[in-house]
Design a protein around this ligand. Sequence first.
Ligand SMILES: *Cc1c(COP(=O)(O)O)cnc(C)c1O
Ligand SMILES: [Zn+2]
Length: 405
Amino acid sequence: MGKHEVRCVGCGSAQQPYALSCNKGDGSLLRAYYAQKKLCLQDLPGIWKFLDWLPVQGTIPGTGDGSITYRSSALARELGLKNLFISFSGYWPERGARMSTCSFKDLEAPPTVQRSLERHDGRTLVIASAGNTARAFAQVASIAGLPVVLVVPEVALHRLWITSRIGKIRLIGVRGDYTDAIQIADKISALDGFVGEGGARNIARRDGMGTVMLEAALTIGHLPDHYFQAVGSGTGGIAAWEAAMRLIVDGRFGSKLPVLHLAQNLPNAPIYAAWSGCDPGKSCKSQEMFDDVLFNRRPPYAVKGGVCDALLDCGGEVYGVTNEEAASAKALFESAEEIDIFNAAAVAVAALIRACDSGKISLDHILLNITGGGLSRLREDLAPTSLKCDILVSSPDEATKFLEG
Ligand SMILES: *Cc1c(COP(=O)(O)O)cnc(C)c1O
Ligand SMILES: [Zn+2]
C-alpha cells in the first residue's frame, strides 16, 4: 500500500483511489486507511501539517489555514464549565485564525481541490452549495487554477465572495433551494468534462474537516469527552468520529470516543427527526430558519459509515434547536468571547447550553466547534470581492445548455 488505501466501510473491499461509492453497489461510504498510524506532523503550514492523514500527495501553497483551539474562560464561566475548549474556524488573527472565507468549509476545499488536481483528468469540478462551501472552493480553486462550476440557490448568492484574485469560476444561480441546486449539479456532473465532488462521499472533504479534531487533541493533550457541532449534512460529525478513531489507534490521545452532540435548527431538521424517531413529515420551506446553511434534505444518515453509525458508536445525541435558543446563544457567545460568529455556529452553542442544564458535563473536557465566524473581523482587514452570477436558471436544462453553449 502507498500512503493510504481506500476501502468500503460496509464490506471492507478495496476501492479505486478516487471512487465515491462502493463498486459492489452496497451504497456505503468509503474511508481512507492511512499507512501511518501515529499522528506525525509535517513541517508545513496550516492543515497541510496533517498531510500524512489527508488523501493527497502534495499541497496548494497559499491555502489551508487551519482551525485553532483555545481554552475558553468567559463562556466557560457563564456555563459553569471547567474544561471548555473552543475550536474556531474563521478569521480571528488575534488568536491566530486566518481562514480565508470564514467557515470550516475552508478545511474541506484545499484537500479536495488538490485531490482533483492530482487526478490529472482535466475535468471541471462541480459543486452544489448553500453558500459557504462554494465560497471556500471558489477561493482555493482560484489560487490553484482549477476550473470550477458552482451551483448555488439564488437567495444564497450574497454569500459568494473571495479574498483572492478570481480564477476560472462559473457561478450558476438557481431559482430554488439547496436540493434544487444539488439536482442541477448532478446533471452537470454527468456531462463530458465535468465531475461532481461528491460531498460527504468525498474522503478528502471529510479528512479535511477531521483536522478540527486533530488540532484540538494536540491542544488539549488528549481527545475531548464531548464534541458539539451544528450539522446540516452531518459530514463534520462523521469526520470528527473518523479522526477520533485514528487518534485512538495512535494510542497517545486516550481510548474513548468523544460523544458527538450534533445540533440542527428546527423546523427543517431531518437528522434530528431521524434520530429521535419522529416522522419528519413535510418539511416546511416557508418557515424561516435562523440558519439556512444547515438545511440538507438528504443527509448521509442511514448509510453505512454515516451519521447514524457515528452516533451509535459513541453514544451520541442530536438536538433540535429553536430560532429563539440560537439567537440568545449567539448573543451570549459573542459578548463572552468577543468575536462574531455565523448563525449556524450559534446552533451548536445552543445545544451546549442545553446539555449544561443537566449539570452532568461540568467537569468534562468539551470541544465546541464554532464552524464559522469572524466575518466582521475579516471585513476590517481585507476587502472581499463579490462573485458575479453568470446565469440564473430554473431547470437543469438551462444550466447544461449554458455550459455546453
Ligand atoms: C456546512 C456548515 C455546517 C454544517 O456542516 P456539516 O457538513 O453538516 O457537518 C455548520 N456550520 C457552518 C458554518 C457550515 O458552513
Ligand atoms: Zn462495499
